[in-house]
Design a protein around this ligand. Sequence first.
Ligand SMILES: [Zn+2]
Length: 279
Amino acid sequence: MKSKKQRALDRIAAFGPHFRCPICETSLLLEEGRFVCDNDHTFDLAKQGSVYLFNGQPVNGYTKTLFEARRDMIVEKKLYAPVHEWVASWIDRQQVDVLLDAGTGEGSQLTELLSHVSRPVHAVGIDLAKDGIQQASKQSSEAIWFVNDLAHTAFRDDTFDFIFNMLSPANYEEFARILRPGGVVCKIIPGAGYLRQIREALYESTDEHATYDNRQTVERFDASFERIEHHTWSYDVSLTETEWQSLVAMTPLTWENKHPLPYEPVITIELEALIGRAH
Ligand SMILES: [Zn+2]
């Protein structure tokens, strides 16, 4: 049986010559199991198959506990299943071939999304968090994983049909550069009532954080892309006490908060999808 690293090499080779050096921007090609650019900058694959294609200091803001909490809620509990199913059917209908998950973290969203996609796609997950990408390469998915700077990715112009960006920061200028003509960005953002029970436990109702206002995010998206689709979700999910703790642990809202939040048996998920083409 092939090693995990060899399978990753096969997937990268099948993905095609879409890479550029993160240091000097010349073309980056696979040679004898590693990436080499025209100026001989080299990048090795880790044992699990992920690659560090970034010129700088990685971010290590994630902890193992956070990854596990996210995996438990996204992959095991399937907290966002309606979103993943909807986006997957869009990918199938529009015959997307090459997709990027920008800000993939530990890869749970992309793994779940791919589990619902029927057509064969080349899928790539990138994140600046090295620990996240290491974790992602252990997920049961056919994606390839790179430590990459969203503002300065290691991809050539016109590489992707589809960029998925879920509950994660974006860089629209860079997205537009690496999208193929006619390619789209699918951004998933919180709606006003997203994680309402956590916000209510943390903030007074008069506090500006008590509800989430996504208007600026939508305006910024519309300034960069021609919106072709808008979809909203609102649903409640029942949680055990352990699941509630995982959810609280994975939520940036609570990272400053040192006190445990009282258990709530139900959480509200309100999300919106914005899909747009580059102008
Ligand atoms: Zn180079």
